[in-house]
Write a protein that binds this ligand. Structure first.
Ligand SMILES: [Zn+2]
Length: 112
């Protein structure tokens, strides 16, 4: 393990921690049933943005290790970023929107 690997492992340590509890060992944390990482995302423990970065990192690792596997997995990833995952992102976007709206209303009330 080189220095870069250690750095990356540190950045995704919260995801890696949950990864061990996934039902499938080759879980991509995109749409699998029994995925502990997705469960943690739903609970708000892991941010969707972090998981997206982790997906990017996994793809990167595959690319470095095996180009053919990478091409296959790239397609797999595309398919697997499922409705479920999209819903999670939409929900977080909605929450941000609602928060922004609250701030906007609070600012307007302050001006009056
Ligand atoms: Zn998983």
């Amino acid at each position: 393990m080189n220095e870069i690997d250690i750095q990356i492992e540190k950045d995704f340590s919260n995801i890696i921690m949950y990864e061990n509890d996934c039902k499938y060992r080759n879980c991509t944390h995109a749409s699998e049933k029994g995925c502990a990482v997705l469960e943690a995302v739903e609970k708000g423990i892991i941010m969707v943005a972090d998981l997206k970065d982790y997906h990017k990192y996994l793809r990167n690792q595959l690319f470095l290790n095996n180009n053919i596997e990478y091409k296959k997995s790239k397609e797999k990833f595309k398919l697997k970023v499922s409705k479920h995952f999209k819903t999670l992102i939409d929900n977080q976007k909605k929450e941000v929107k609602e928060l922004e709206e609250d701030i906007r209303v609070a600012e307007q009330e302050g001006e009056e």
